[in-house]
Write a protein that binds this ligand. Sequence first.
Ligand SMILES: Cc1cc2nc3c(=O)[nH]c(=O)nc-3n(C[C@H](O)[C@H](O)[C@H](O)COP(=O)(O)OP(=O)(O)OC[C@H]3O[C@@H](n4cnc5c(N)ncnc54)[C@H](O)[C@@H]3O)c2cc1C
Length: 476
Amino acid sequence: MADTTFDVIVIGGGAVGENAADRASRTGLSVALVEHALVGGECSYWACMPSKALLRPGAALAAARAVPGAEVATAVDVSAALARRDEVTSHWDDAGQVSWVESVGITLLRGHARFAGPRELVLSTDDGEQRVAARRAVIVATGSSAVIPPVDGLAEAQPWTSREATSVRQVPARLVVLGGGVVGIEMATAFADFGSAVTLVVRGDRLLAGAEPFAGESVADALRALGVTVLFGAEASAVTRDDEGVHVTLGDRTLDADEILVATGRRPRTDALGLDTLGLTPGRALEVDDTLAVTGVDDGWLFAVGDVTGRTATTHQGKYDARVVGDVVAARFGSDDAARAAEAEAGPWSRYRATADEASVPQVVFTRPEVAWVGHTEATAREAGIDVRVVPYDLANLAGASVLSPDYQGTAQLVLDDARGVIVGATFVGPDVAEMLHAATVAVVGQVPLARLWHAVPAYPTLSEVWLRFGETAGL
Ligand SMILES: Cc1cc2nc3c(=O)[nH]c(=O)nc-3n(C[C@H](O)[C@H](O)[C@H](O)COP(=O)(O)OP(=O)(O)OC[C@H]3O[C@@H](n4cnc5c(N)ncnc54)[C@H](O)[C@@H]3O)c2cc1C
């Protein structure tokens, strides 16, 4: 018998769970949000926000140095940068987010949640256990945690994950980073800015394996220019730690460092959730359909969103899914008949179906140069059988680029479906390209013909003039 009952229970108060809870409560449902650590989750305290705070000083300095008349000779002020990071994370205090949760009428339950059966949960706290039940639905938004690969001695060597890197207090003189994905290369950039001697160890032969090859090549060149040693085709086989620091064996050589950061991927947090009581496998991602309902569960009461689904790995995409699941739950189980009818009839473009990841997932990497892409790369478009036409452009030719710096370097590339004349992917590499991505996302989602975009006049002198040049390069 449950001590307390709500219409909907959301497990996990990260950015994704907060949004799902907010939307689900909009048609009068009572909603509880369960969190066992800080409300706001990984993004607010150990991921997006602190990492960007750590990267911004180096980026601002590089931008100033690139402009005649504004060059400054100083290096990043590390303690001021860390103080700013502390502010951005609210000193790891979630009071602000808790008051928002309460202000929108959601009940916050502190504690670790695990299933005791369908719609039944046990919450554990230091003070004991409490049983809660959901009358209508449970939404799992428990996120993901860093994977420590099974390298001999690595786990015992107290490696850093992204949590220790983003909450760093003492910048190491020597840092080894394992992994050439987003987290590895962003943190390699930040710690190089802070004066660490960084070695980036990459198993494959390129950085950012999911992006266009030229993006990873540009970042690798830039990291080397920052003093980072980039090792491709390299794999740690053993790690030890002693009074001198950590020692990483790579084939027949050993790297000595003060810290080792593991950035080799993440796994869904489903192992301590009691999923076996529902006939699901602990440790695996929760597979969902486009309404975010977990597949293989009877009666349609269990939903999942965010990193825990393995379907998204960014806050923005997780929050999009959260808005969808919140609306689906509010419509199916709430008091609004019009919403119920709309959800029942929902098609692919409806706000009740999460379909963005079929065509238009945007990703920004805040390295120097920045890398931003959306939709298909050339390779994935070809794999999908699209009639591919690639339209590259050298951003340095734009007047807007020369305003940013006479030495601006950057590249943009569109992937067109030539048969339909529409854009299916875009990649931008260069300083200040992050904010250019959304125009491309709109074009991909809207399936806007390039010929029509010709009439969308970009302002002069901005980087957005690349859209004009794309048209000219494509023969318009
Ligand atoms: C270093 C780094 C930088 C990143 N930078 C970006 C970026 O710039 N932009 C971007 O879009 N994405 C970025 N990401 C990815 C982004 O952080 C994640 O996609 C996002 O945090 C996922 O949100 P979530 O709500 O699904 O999970 P989380 O943020 O992990 O939230 C899950 C919450 O559930 C709680 N929880 C888990 N299990 C239980 C339980 N059983 N009971 C109660 N509570 C529980 C956890 O304490 C946590 O608060 C970055 C990731 C990393 C590691």
